[in-house]
Design a protein around this ligand. Structure first.
Ligand code: AGP
Length: 593
C-alpha cells in the first residue's frame, strides 16, 4: 500500500519527507519519491528501490514538501511511474494512495486537449486536471476542489504548487491524517510517519479536503468549512506502525472490509466489468496453487462449476509438474498472492508447454507470475506483512466471485442479487470484527489442546481446510481439515476428549447431513465448536460452543467464516505466546520448489 506525506513549516522539508517515508516502510513499497518547493520551483526526485539518504540527491532547501512510497497498482515499478507526478510544466506535483477507477477516460480526454503524460499511472491525471482548472482561471486551491468532482475510485492525495506556499490534501476511502505541530503541519497516510514531530493529529473523514499554510489549516467538506477533533496519539512509533494492533496479522484481518471494497472497485461498477475473452473456446479450467491460494482455488472450483457449469479441477502446483496430458483447450489459472511461488510459476510454465492458456491471480504488480501468464487479474489487498495469508485470501475469493458471476449461466437479475450481497460483504465482515471478544474466548478454550480437526461439506470443506492451515501455521497446534463425511473412514480413531472439532455448518443442501456428522463426533466425546448462520437455532443444541456468523448468501460464506477462523487461530496463537507474524520455519514467499 502506498504511503504519502506532506510537510509545510520551518524545517528542511526534503529531510522531513524522507524521514517520514522511512517510518512508513512497513507498508511495503517498490519505489519512492519526494518533491520540494523552493522559491517558485518544484524539484522532484524519485527512484525504484529502497529509500535513500537525503544527501544522495540534490533537492533544494525548501520548507514545503510531499513524499511517497509506491506499491505499484497501475504501471510497473519504475522511476517514471514512481510518485510525485507533475503536470505538463512541472508547476503542480501530486502524491496519491488509492485507485482512480475512471483514469483511463480522464486521461484520454486530457490527451485530446493536449496534455502530455509521462507515466502509466492512474495518479498522473490528478496534476493534469489541476493544471487544466488553473488554466481556466481558478486558483490552486479551487482547482484541486474542482478536480475532485471528476475523480472516481478511492484516494488520499496531497498536491503542491510551485507558486503558492500551500498544500492541499484530500481524502476519500483511503487513509489520511493531519499532524499539528508548532508552526508546522503534516499530512500522512498513517500516524508513524509524523510521530517523531508531533502526536497531535486529526483523523480526516471521507470527503475532507485540508488546506495547509505555514500558520494555519482549514478543513472543508461538501464546500463548507468543518471542525474536526484534534486527538493525542498515545502510541510509541513501533505500536503506531501496526496501527495500534499488537500484530500485523490482526491489523491485516481488520483491513478485510477495505480490501473487498478495493478489489470490487477494480472489476465492478454498476455491473461486472471484466473481459472474459480468455475463456473463449475452453473446455475446462485447472487451478494450480499452493497453501492458502490452493484453498482459494478449491472455492473457485465450487463457484465456477455451480454458476457456470464448466468442469474444473484443482491441483497442488508442486504436483502439477508431473502432469503430462495435452491441455490445448484448458484454461489454467495460477493463484499466488506473492506472484513469486516457485511451484506455481513452474506449473504455469508447464501448462503453457502442454498447450494451455494461462491466467494468474496475484496481489503483486510486476511480480514474476505477471511475466509468465497470458492474462493477469490483480487482487487489491495491499502488501501483507504477516507470513500467514489473511486479507490476500479474501481478496482472491473476491476476484473468484467476480469471475464466476461473469461466466455464470444465471439470469441477469439472479447475478445482480448475488452482486448486491457481495457489495454488502464488507459490512458483514465489520460485524464479525465486532464479535472479536467472543471469538477470543472460544480461542482461549482451544489453545490448550495439541490436536484439532476442522470439518465441512461442500463449500464448507475448503473453509475447514483453510481454517486448519491457519491454526497450525501460527499456533503450532496440529490441526487437520477433513470433509465431514470422511471422518468415519479412519480419522474417527483420533476423536475423543483431547481432540476438539471445529465444524463449518452451512445453510445449504449439506446442512442436515452436517448436523448428523456433528452428532457422530459428539458421540465420540470430542468437544465441538460450530460456525453457523446467525439465524440458525438448531446446530447450537448439539455443540459445546457456537459462533453465529452474520447471514449472507451461502455462496459468500467462505469470506465470513474464514475471517472468524482467522481470528480463532490468531487468538489461540497469541495465548500460546507464538511469534505470530513470523511463524517458525515459514517464509512469506516460497521461491524454491
Ligand atoms: C498461507 O498462510 C501460507 N503462508 C502459505 O500457505 C501460502 O499461501 C503459500 O505459500 C502460497 O503463497 P502464494 O499465494 O504467495 O503463492
Amino acid at each position: 500500500m502506498c504511503g504519502i506525506v506532506g510537510y509545510i513549516g520551518f524545517r528542511r522539508a526534503d529531510k522531513v519527507a524522507v524521514s517520514a517515508l522511512k517510518r512508513l516502510e512497513y507498508r511495503g513499497y517498490d519505489s519512492w519519491g519526494v518533491a520540494v518547493k523552493s522559491n517558485d520551483e518544484i524539484k522532484v526526485y524519485k527512484r525504484v528501490g529502497a529509500i535513500g539518504d537525503v544527501s544522495q540527491f540534490e533537492l533544494c532547501e525548501g520548507t514545503i514538501s510531499i513524499g511517497h512510497t509506491r506499491w505499484a497498482t497501475h504501471g510497473k515499478p519504475s522511476d517514471v511511474n514512481a510518485h510525485p507526478h507533475t503536470d505538463c510544466n512541472g508547476k503542480i506535483a501530486v502524491v496519491h494512495n488509492g485507485i482512480i477507477s475512471n483514469f483511463q477516460k480522464l486521461r484520454e480526454s486530457l490527451e485530446r486537449e493536449g496534455h502530455v503524460f509521462k507515466s502509466e499511472t492512474d495518479t498522473e491525471v490528478i496534476p493534469h486536471l489541476i493544471e487544466k482548472f488553473i488554466d481556466s482561471g481558478l486558483n490552486f486551491e479551487n482547482a484541486v476542489k474542482e478536480t475532485l468532482k471528476h475523480l472516481k475510485g478511492s484516494y488520499a492525495f496531497v498536491a503542491l504548487s510551485s507558486t503558492e506556499d500551500k498544500l492541499v490534501a484530500c481524502r476519500y476511502k483511503s487513509p489520511l491524517i493531519l499532524g499539528i505541530g508548532d508552526n508546522e503541519y503534516f499530512v500522512a497516510s498513517d500516524v508513524p510517519a509524523i510521530l517523531e514531530y508531533t502526536n497531535r493529529v486529526v483523523y480526516l473523514h471521507d470527503g475532507d479536503t485540508v488546506v495547509l499554510t505555514r500558520d494555519s489549516y482549514e478543513i472543508y467538506k461538501d464546500g463548507k468549512k468543518v471542525n474536526r477533533e484534534v486527538e493525542i496519539v498515545p502510541w510509541s512509533v513501533e505500536q503506531a506502525e501496526k496501527g495500534g494492533f499488537e500484530h500485523f496479522m490482526l491489523k491485516e484481518i481488520h483491513e478485510t472490509p477495505k480490501v473487498i471494497e478495493d478489489t470490487l472497485l477494480e472489476y465492478v461498477s454498476d455491473e461486472i466489468e471484466l473481459d472474459v475473452g480468455f475463456t473463449a473456446g475452453i473446455s475446462d479450467v485447472i487451478f494450480v496453487a499452493c497453501g492458502t491460494s490452493y484453498h482459494a482455488s478449491l472455492i473457485g472450483k465450487y463457484l465456477i462449476e455451480k454458476l457456470a457449469e464448466i468442469p474444473v479441477r484443482v491441483e497442488y502446483a508442486s504436483e502439477f509438474n508431473y502432469h503430462n496430458a495435452p491441455l490445448s483447450r484448458s484454461l489454467v489459472i495460477g493463484i499466488t498472492q506473492s506472484g513469486e511461488t516457485a511451484d506455481t510459476l513452474e506449473a504455469l510454465r508447464k501448462a503453457q508447454k502442454l498447450g494451455a492458456r494461462t491466467l494468474a491471480i496475484t496481489n503483486v504488480l510486476g511480480s514474476s507470475v505477471t511475466r509468465i501468464a497470458d492474462v493477469i487479474l490483480y487482487t487489491r489487498a495491499g502488501p501483507e506483512i504477516c507470513v500467514a495469508a489473511t486479507k490476500t485470501f479474501i481478496a482472491q475469493l473476491t476476484v473468484l466471485y467476480v469471475i464466476a458471476l461473469r461466466l455464470s449461466l444465471l439470469s441477469r437479475s439472479e447475478v445482480n442479487e448475488i452482486l448486491a450481497d457481495l457489495k454488502l460483504l464488507p459490512e458483514k465482515v465489520r460485524a464479525i470484527l465486532d464479535m472479536e471478544d467472543y471469538i477470543r474466548k472460544i480461542a482461549e478454550e482451544l489453545a490448550n489442546y495439541e490436536n484439532m480437526m476442522y470439518i465441512g461439506r461442500g463449500l464448507g470443506y475448503p473453509i475447514a481446510l483453510e481454517g486448519a492451515l491457519k491454526m497450525k501455521e501460527i499456533s503450532y497446534i496440529h490441526a487437520e481439515g477433513y470433509p465431514a463425511g470422511e471422518l468415519k473412514h479412519g480419522p474417527f480413531a483420533l476423536l475423543g476428549k483431547q481432540t476438539p472439532v471445529v465444524a463449518c455448518v452451512l445453510r445449504d443442501e449439506t446442512y442436515d447431513t452436517m448436523l448428523g456428522n456433528i452428532k457422530e463426533v459428539k458421540a465420540r466425546n470430542s468437544p465441538v465448536v460450530a460456525l453457523t448462520d446467525k439465524n440458525d437455532s438448531e446446530a447450537e443444541k448439539f455443540v459445546d460452543y457456537v459462533i453465529k456468523v452474520p447471514s449472507t448468501n451461502v455462496l459468500l460464506t467462505p469470506v465470513t467464516y474464514s475471517v472468524v477462523l482467522q481470528l480463532l487461530a490468531y487468538y489461540a496463537a497469541r495465548l500460546r505466546g507464538c511469534e505470530i507474524d513470523r511463524p517458525r520455519h515459514l517464509a512469506k514467499s516460497v521461491t524454491v520448489e
